[in-house]
Structure formats: C-alpha cells, structure tokens
Design a protein around this ligand. Structure first.
Ligand code: NAG
Ligand code: NAG
Length: 279
C-alpha cells in the first residue's frame, strides 16, 4: 500500500512527464480507493457480468470478479502487483518497448501479441496473428468465426501497391512498382500492351527486378526503363499469379520531348489514367 501511495505521489510531482496523466490518475485513484477499502470477501454472485470484452476477461484487482482484459496496444501494468491499467488478455503480454520513444517521453508498457503466426479464418480472411483473429471473433459473435487452418488462407494474389501512371521527358528514367500479397506466394510479370513478349525481352534499356517483402507473404517487382524514348509510351501491366489465380494492375507512361511545346491537361474522362497531352 505504501509503495502504491508513493508511486502515486511521485506521479503527481512529475505531472506532465507521464504520458496520459489524467487517465493514469483517474484509474490510480479508483484502484487506491478499492485497495484502500481492502478487498471485501468475494461474493461472485454480486459481480457484474463484463460484456463485449474483445480481449477476453481477467480477474479484477481483488481476484474476485471477472473484468475486461486489455487489448493489443493498450497500456497495461508491467508488474502483477499493480492494478492501475489492468491486465492483458489471452495470448497477450505486457511489455515495455523503449525503442520508438520521442524525446522526453516516458515509456509506457503495452499489451503485445505473443504470436506472429498468420491464420486463416472460416470467413476466408487471413489474420496476421491469433490476437487479431480473437478480436474479430469476439466483436462479431453472430458470425461464428472459427479458425479454418494455420497459415494464411490460400487465395488469388492481392496487389497491395499498384504501379502508378507517370510521365517524363525523353532520356530520363522511369520506374513502375508493384507490391503483391499472396499465399501461396506469387510470381510477378510485366507486359506492355500491344507487345507479345514479357518484359524486359531483349531490350537493354528495360530491366525488371523482384524482391521478397516488405511484409510477410509479399513480393515486390519493379520495372525500370532507362533513358525513355517516345516509343516507350503506352500501358504497362503488372501480372501477379499463384496456383489459385491471377490479378493485374496497369499504369500508363507518357513521354515528352524536351523543347516541344506541350500543355498538360488532366484527362478527367479517363479517371485515374493520369495526364494526357495536347500538342
Ligand atoms: C451461428 O451459429 C448459430 C447456432 O449454431 C446459428 O443459429 C447461426 O445461424 C450461425 N450464424 C452464422 C452467421 O452462421
Ligand atoms: C523523371 O526522371 C527523373 C530522373 O530520371 C526523376 O528524378 C523524376 O522524378 C522523373 N519525373 C517524374 C514525373 O517521375
């Protein structure tokens, strides 16, 4: 009790140094009052039934009633003898991550998920870890969400970042990117409309690169055209394929010749297709 009081007093003295002082004080006071009164004899039948607890339930400070546990990312009590912020739910652990602090901030312990393994839900959606899955299942109890299997759901690729329409002047370099999430993993191919072959073909000023990432189950491809010529103008397509299916995203390249007089007008009728040109 004494240590609790002195900690509380210290927090008052530090004032602004604590990140969420008002929340901290409010919950602190509440807990102090509860503890100050001591824990009455536990009468489970008098406990309110906690509802809508997305991270499950935990015992309260008196180890008597069930109350909502804290969700992933919520602040928590690092030390089990404290009852300021509450305890983390199932598959979660209270951790202090001093890594990404801005200057002058006091580190806050947060609930983090113990698992980093993806799983596939009965809704056909991939959940990056069990904590996200349980949250979704508890948020929509009517949906009867269950785990279909470990690992991501098998489905056709999703293009998480497509290539964008671009323009440049002759002689400059142009790069298109294409980021793909897929399980099973996808392969990426680039094609130019009106041309039979896959890029780069035998064209020495075109190159294609791939890299795994940036996220798990992702692959990213780039198409680079060095020293663009007017003949490079056109529509380029990124095809992502796995054993389940294939998807495509496209972007246009417009090439200007320096010195010629051009007026850039947005081609509204073409929606996202970028800039048209009027000579
Ligand atoms: C969930 O399960 C209950 C009971 O088995 C059933 O009545 C209900 O229709 C199910 N809901 C969905 C969305 O499948
Ligand atoms: C044109 O190319 C240059 C380099 O080759 C690049 O720095 C510039 O961002 C490009 N312009 C556009 C609109 O992409």
């Amino acid at each position: 009790m004494l240590s609790l009081l002195s900690l509380h007093w210290a927090s008052l003295q530090l004032g602004q140094a604590f990140p969420s002082t008002s929340d901290y004080l409010q919950r602190g006071w509440q807990r102090l009052l509860e503890e100050g009164e001591g824990c009455a004899e536990c009468q489970p039948e008098e406990c309110p039934a906690p509802r809508g607890c997305l991270a499950g339930t935990v015992r309260d400070a008196c180890d008597c009633c069930w109350e909502c546990a804290n969700l992933e990312g919520q602040i928590c009590d690092l030390d089990n003898t404290n009852h300021f912020y509450g305890k983390c739910g199932e598959h979660l652990e209270c951790r202090l991550d001093a890594g990404d602090l801005r200057h002058g901030e006091v580190p806050e312990p947060q609930c983090v998920c113990l698992s980093h393994l993806a799983l596939c839900g009965s809704d056909g959606k991939t959940y990056t870890q069990i904590c996200r899955f349980l949250e979704a299942a508890r948020a929509h109890p009517d949906a009867n969400l269950t785990m279909a299997h470990e690992g991501p759901c098998e489905s056709e690729p999703q293009i998480t970042s497509p290539p964008y329409d671009t323009w440049n002047i002759t002689g400059q370099d142009v790069i298109f990117g294409c980021e793909v999430f897929a399980y099973p993993m996808a392969s990426i191919e680039w094609r130019k409309d009106g041309m039979e072959m896959l890029l780069p073909g035998d064209d020495p000023h075109i190159s294609v690169q791939f890299r795994g990432g940036p996220q798990k189950y992702e692959v990213t491809g780039w198409l680079q055209i060095q020293g663009v010529r007017v003949t490079d103008e056109g529509t380029y397509r990124c095809f992502a394929r796995n054993s389940v299916g294939e998807v495509v995203a496209l972007a246009s390249l417009t090439v200007f010749t320096p010195g010629e007089h051009h007026v850039l007008v947005p081609t509204l009728s073409q929606g996202q297709r970028g800039l048209g040109r009027v000579d």
